[in-house]
Ligand binder design. Structure first.
Ligand code: FES
Length: 131
C-alpha cells in the first residue's frame, strides 16, 4: 500500500516541466522521459537523462542513501535490475565485477531508458508543498 501512495505522489510531480537550480544557480528546465521503479518498495518516479538518478528520486520525494554525490564514497551503490544508464565520467568507483553484477552509483548515473533498481534502503521523504 505504501508503494501505491508514493507512486501517486510521484506521478503528480512527474507532470513537469521541472525547473531546478544547481549550486552555481544555473537554471535547468527538463521534462520527464523515463520511469524508474524501486524494488522492493514498488515506488515509481519520473526521470530524465539530464538529471542523475539520485536527484530525480529526491525530486519525487524519495530518498536514496548518499554521501559524496560524486561517485567516490559508494554509499549510494545499488543494483540495476533492468534498463540502461550512463555516466559522465569514464570509470566511476565500481569494480568491473560489480558492474557486471549490475551495481550502479545513482548519484552519477543518468537514465537512458525506463529503469528498475533494487534499493531496500530507499525512504519516503516529506512531500513538497506545491502552489
Ligand atoms: S553518494 Fe557517494 S558514490 Fe554516490
Amino acid at each position: 500500500m505504501a508503494g501505491t501512495t508514493r507512486s501517486m505522489a510521484a506521478a503528480d510531480l512527474a507532470a513537469g516541466p521541472w525547473i531546478l537550480q544547481d549550486e552555481r544557480h544555473h537554471t535547468m528546465i527538463f521534462q520527464a522521459e523515463f520511469t524508474v521503479r524501486i524494488e522492493p518498495q514498488g515506488w515509481t518516479f519520473a526521470a530524465s537523462d539530464a538529471v542523475p538518478l539520485l536527484q530525480a528520486a529526491r525530486n519525487a520525494a524519495i530518498g536514496l542513501p548518499s554521501s559524496c554525490r560524486n561517485g567516490t564514497c559508494r554509499t549510494c551503490m545499488c543494483r540495476l535490475l533492468s534498463g540502461q544508464i550512463r555516466y559522465q565520467i569514464e570509470w566511476p568507483g565500481l569494480s568491473s565485477d560489480e558492474k557486471k553484477d549490475g551495481y550502479i552509483l545513482p548519484c552519477i548515473a543518468y537514465p537512458q531508458s525506463d529503469l528498475v533498481i533494487e534499493e531496500p534502503r530507499a525512504t519516503a521523504l516529506p512531500l513538497p508543498v506545491l502552489g
